[in-house]
Design a protein around this ligand. Structure first.
Ligand code: HEM
Length: 153
């Protein structure tokens, strides 16, 4: 089990790095480059970048959910039984993550309903970067929460 626990923590960290890195790259590199490119180049770049970005986003979301729920339900919940602050922070972290997942899916998807979001790409990417920073900070605070006495070996 300990091997699986370590592997799931590694998977969570790696997919968090991929999700955060992709969002930061999109905001500070891709959006400015596309904005400065001539219309035909911008359209072509968008055509080749979007499907790849969408695949990376879907894989990162899937792996964050699998590793996140495993880490929470199988590893951390028994260690933090009855600790309201821990579970409250974790609930907030998961909610913020779902907002980031929604924005990332809407920005890399093709659904007509989210065209208005894609028209303000820089704004929503900025919101996503700030949310990811908050999520990582909460992850760090959670790590420092002492385990309940009952869970201590
Ligand atoms: C954008 C999405 C997310 C990012 C960037 C993220 C990032 C992180 C980071 C950096 C840590 C600290 C890792 C460590 O030091 O071990 C962490 C811990 C954790 N995350 Fe996430 N996470 C995300 C989504 C989720 C989701 C959706 C869940 C649950 C379904 C989740 C559950 C957890 C758990 C259980 C921990 C361990 C907390 C502890 O050490 O007590 N995360 N996350």
């Amino acid at each position: 089990m300990i091997i699986l626990d370590i592997a799931m923590r590694w998977l969570h960290l790696m997919s968090a790095i991929a999700a955060a890195g992709t969002t930061i790259l999109a905001l500070f590199v891709l959006v400015p480059v596309l904005r400065e490119s001539p219309e035909d180049v911008r359209t072509r770049l968008h055509e080749v970048i979007r499907p790849r970005m969408s695949k990376l986003v879907s894989i990162s979301i899937g792996l964050l959910l699998i590793s996140g729920f495993y880490n929470y339900l199988a590893v951390k919940m028994p260690l933090h039984e009855g600790q309201g602050l821990y579970h409250g922070l974790m609930g907030g972290k998961i909610l913020l993550a779902f907002v980031v997942f929604f924005i990332a899916s809407a920005l890399t998807g093709k659904a007509k309903a989210f065209e208005s979001l894609r028209a303000q790409r820089a704004k929503w990417l900025t919101i996503s970067v700030l949310l990811v920073m908050a999520i990582v900070a909460i992850g760090g605070v959670l790590r420092l929460q002492p385990e309940t006495a009952a869970a201590m070996p």
